[in-house]
Write a protein that binds this ligand. Sequence first.
Ligand code: ADA
Length: 569
Amino acid sequence: MTLTDPNTASLNGLWDFAFLGAIAPDNFDAASITDWSKQPVPAAFDALPDHAGKRGLACYRRTVDIPSGRTAKLSFGAISIWSQVYIDGVLMHENACGYAPIEINIPAADSSRRELLVLVDNRFDFERVPMHEEYFDFYQYGGILRDVGVRIYPADGQAVDFIHVTPLDDYAQGEVHIRVGLVGDIPSPAELSVSFDGAEATPVQVEIDGQEASFTTRVPQPRLWSPQSPELHTLRIDLAGHELAAGCQARFGLRKIEARDGKLWLNGQQLTLKGYNRHEWHPNSGPTTPTLQMVADLQYLRDLGCNFVRGSHYPQDQRFLDLCDEMGFLVWEENLGWGQRERTLTSPTFHQQHDKSLRAMMHASHNHPCVIIWGFLNEAGSNEAYSRPIFEQTVATIRQFDSSRLVSFASMFALKDLNFDLVDLIAINIYPGWYGCEYCEEPLSLIAPHMEKCFAHVSSPKLKDKPIIVSEIGAEALYGWREAHNDFYTEEYQAQYLKTACEEALGHERCSGIALWHFSDARTYGGGLSMKRPRTFNNKGTLDEYRRPKAAYRSVREVFRRYPDTPAS
Ligand code: ADA
């Protein structure tokens, strides 16, 4: 559900809630719950005081009014970690990726008041939920994390379900491909009524193939989208002769992203990415950030001179992408992944769930002009042969679904990766001068030579035409910790570190950009796993968790503002 979807009614609000704790999902019996309380939706139940840090089974419940005899579609932005959705006691959907958007078709019933029950489990369980593992370096919450909505279809069940708009080669003159998803038994050919930007509709005849139709057209009075000028268009498609509730609306932008000659290009102009990795997280609200906070974050990023956000490490909240469309940020959106190795990458259940959430992410985000890169499997074992099948399969799926964007993954094996040949953009996560420099007297001096080595490696004949970015680099600083040694964890060390990293990357001919690790401090695992994570936070934020700028803010801002978004090519 996005800000621009007029047909979907919100189901956000206070829902009935019960935390069932240690019960196994198979032993769940809704009738046995007597102790219901209330829980806000969307929210992580374990980000709130009553259940902070708890893991177990939980149940959400509410009613939904759908006129009798009408079909409907439920949409959940994300339910974490594992979930099942029941309507009137009937299991409708099971999901095992806590950040993937979910859509569920609801069949018609005689009664108009329907019971919606969502069973959630935030425990780790490799057999059932291999997408989520305990060692990921960010806290994995439980609950209905993102917006919930319902779309009620017209009485005949016929409607436009979704629209995907893809700019084509002549995008500057408004040329677009339109894919229309349909529900109900609509006879082919059908007449669609197509209207851009609220102008008078024009009829278009389409053949229906399965539940879809597609055609190519031109946007009247086209305006290009770019970070400097984030111009958006709208498209409304109705079924001719049907009521308005059968129509659908989408918002999109005309722009083209390319990787060629070793560089990135946006709308034909060379592009440098300057930005941050960002987790969707705030101490007051966990992973369900209020829109106000998202706007504040983007304002800080703009002030820092950024044009780019890597949405680490999972599908993004549609509200955030809507804001990036409007405010002119370029986004790398990626499927959930963090450091998986052989056991996971060769698990058939993992393959299947990874593929399902990848497709759900691309489906939900297709129309956002801000999204220029599809990413996957952050820091997986891409230096080992066992990684090849899932990397090949994922790239093939992305290209089949959407060839208008770049494909990449962030590698922690800059010099030994086996899969760079598959992608459009090489992206490396490197931490010289932070990890692995225990006995180095001048750790800052490690940054430039390591980057140089990585850039030289990808300048080999096989890789030289692919652009490269530093997709992560950073050092921890504890907010307020400043002292004369300027050692690890001080704000001074981090400020020097990030300044050096930005200057080395942006000043290098071979490098097309940098995404610093990371925007703001965020909670990660606790207990014994947190030995290298003071406060159980990943403290590499340039801002702390309350968005108080550390000393690095000024040094990064100074460098980012010195380098233009579009260098003269
Ligand atoms: C990795 C990883 C990040 C974070 C970072 C760090 O590169 O992708 O999520 O864990 O390291 O802080 O070490």
